[in-house]
Ligand binder design. Sequence first.
Ligand code: SAM
Length: 488
Amino acid sequence: MIFHVLTLFPHMIRQGLGDSIMGKAIDRGVITLDVVDIRTYTQERHGQVDDYPYGGGAGMLMQAQPVYDAHRAVTGGKALRTVYVTPQGKPFTQKYAREFAREEELVFLCGHYEGIDERVLEEVVTDRISIGDYVLSGGELAAMVMIDATARLLPGVLGNSLSAQEESFHNDLLEYPQYTRPPVWHGRSVPQVLLSGDHRKVEAWRLEQSVLRTRLARPDLYERYLRKQQLICRLSGDKRNHIHMTESLKRGLGEILADQDGEILVYDRDNRICMLELQCTQHGGRTLAALETEAACDRIKEPAGESGSTGWEHLTGKIPEETEWCLVNQEPLVELLQKEGYRIFNQCSQFLYTLKEPLPVGHRDIRLLTMEHIEYLCTHYGEEHRSYLQERIESGSMYGAFVEGVLRGFVGLHGEGSIGFLYVEECCRRQGLAGSLEAYCVNRQLERGWIPYGHVVQGNVASQVLQEKLGFYKAGKTFWWLEKKPCN
Ligand code: SAM
């Protein structure tokens, strides 16, 4: 990812981001820091870039021309997302960091003195973002804060890809307390459970501590966390048909965009997946008759109003613009989404593993895959999925089976959390290797307190048989993955 920084103090940025994790990421070429000195673009003879504000007032203001020219030079006319760091902006949060991490290039504009002439801001800025309710002398520190928080989410920046996934603000919780050697310091012992070696107990203790800390320190976050837990609890009444939503919420991937009037919309922002549901009872065929609320019922039964409105807009209107995929298990929703420009990608069954016991893997050499295996994955899963596979490897989600030291098959977790990618080379089939791979993947998820689940495309009998053999349960409903059709 390329971070362009427009500043009057380039040295500050280079120095501030030149060490430690950011410095190493720059040295390794994982991120590129393009620092641009706005002063070099001024047309004033003495290098002047600021002037007195019209109407009077304290201090100087950065002029429009050098900022505009510096921006033009960086973007070359491309429409790049451009962030003006300003105390007047929206508060910077982890959510913004995650959103920024999805961009390929990002421009940061740092103000100084009293700020920047409004006219150029109106022309080049796409976002105004603040790092807090206080006023700094310049935007450089703010830009560095945002770059650091964004870059550490990028694959390959942190040594351990899981570290960024499980920190404070993940899943609306603050992180649990951590301890390192020695086991006793100043007469204080490390909590016994952390020395037990029991992964599941450790996870449970950490979650409990996180919840406790969040409740005390950040009641606002705790409130959101509770809302999620309440929905998870409700949906768990019919776990098989809702595991895609409950695991998405539980793993901190999904957020609730709607949970009222019998409508549920869970959005996975990182993966741009929308999971929708109308809480209703089906009465034969595709008619949704008995809905939980009359209001929702009327909208569905009488879709075409006099105004030409379908009556569905309220629901589709809640789907974020950038959504690429929808996952539903109600046929009327499929039709609705098709009208909205989505096309059916596949029709599948949802399977979940509800037991707590790990599955036997057998004496297999199964390991986490690294970037050295990317070519193998592309060859066998599809070259067109290269960047997705790369991202999956870098997030520590792909496992490979080695036979006599040679990679012969793989399995992995999709971005939204379902098990998938299962592949075994022809020469190694019918030896239980696929089962071992999936069992291995299941066990890694159980260690994290997750419920493993997956989708099997209808008609893939071999995979259905494997799921059942491993002890997975099949959900009663059919599931549809829908993909947004590219606009022509
Ligand atoms: N006169 C401006 C106001 O009252 O909104 C403040 C200008 S401040 C002294 C100079 C520059 O520092 C701003 O243009 C902005 O780029 C940066 N800055 C100051 N505080 C900031 C904050 N809390 N978050 C992000 N940037 C900030």
